[in-house]
Design a protein around this ligand. Sequence first.
Ligand SMILES: Nc1ncnc2c1ncn2[C@@H]1O[C@H](COP(=O)(O)OP(=O)(O)OP(=O)(O)O)[C@@H](O)[C@H]1O
Ligand SMILES: [Mg+2]
Length: 224
Amino acid sequence: MIQLRRVSKSYTAFAHASVVLRDVTLDIPTGQFVAIMGPSGSGKSTLLNLIGCLDTPDSGTYELFGQHVDQMSEDQLSMIRLRRIGFVFQSFNLIPRYTALHNVELPMIYARVDPAARTRRAQRALELVGLSQKLAHKPSQLSGGQQQRIAIARALVNDPAIIVADEPTGSLDSTTGHEIMHLFRRMHAAGKTIVMVTHEADIAAYAQRILYVKDGRVSEGVLR
Ligand SMILES: Nc1ncnc2c1ncn2[C@@H]1O[C@H](COP(=O)(O)OP(=O)(O)OP(=O)(O)O)[C@@H](O)[C@H]1O
Ligand SMILES: [Mg+2]
């Protein structure tokens, strides 16, 4: 499903180019739950952003669902992100002035789902993450774990095939982090492909496969 072939990525800052990923070749089959680990600044988010079509490689090829992402236009990329990929971030990235329900409805507004179906699906998604009592709350009125549940509900509403998560437990205490991983486990059991960056070994342990990013390379960790 996810096929990277000799993918490289560099950044230029202050007229100095640095290679973050070099010749990365990687396959992630449908339905796999993968954790990405590695030192700070090693390129984990860079790799995840490529996989999530938030960025494109400098060289090499990326095939997703059999389509060449590296040759897609900005419009095609945003369509893929909207319809096929759900995003979860460390800082939740919710819109503060919107209620939980409205935050979850947003991706469906972009996808032009009709209003009645939209509200019904958002309510259902919030129920699934245990937040049916908080539909009218704004993010600031909720705990970190509850905010991340909203973000997960939002990531799921367009029924994406892939969930991409950058340190989803990074701003949560350990107990709440494990609760969020139980939700990830459920998404995995429901057939989602999950690619998750984490610094924490006990969080990575929820995945089936661990990839380590270091010195521009990606290597395999434990496969269970
Ligand atoms: N937009 C950018 N412009 C310039 N350099 C960047 C950009 N994004 C990332 N980098 C650099 O690329 C390298 C890899 O960054 P990346 O964010 O992928 O690391 P990371 O492994 O996710 O780190 P962390 O664990 O701290 O989140 C770093 O040296 C970073 O400074
Ligand atoms: Mg990062």
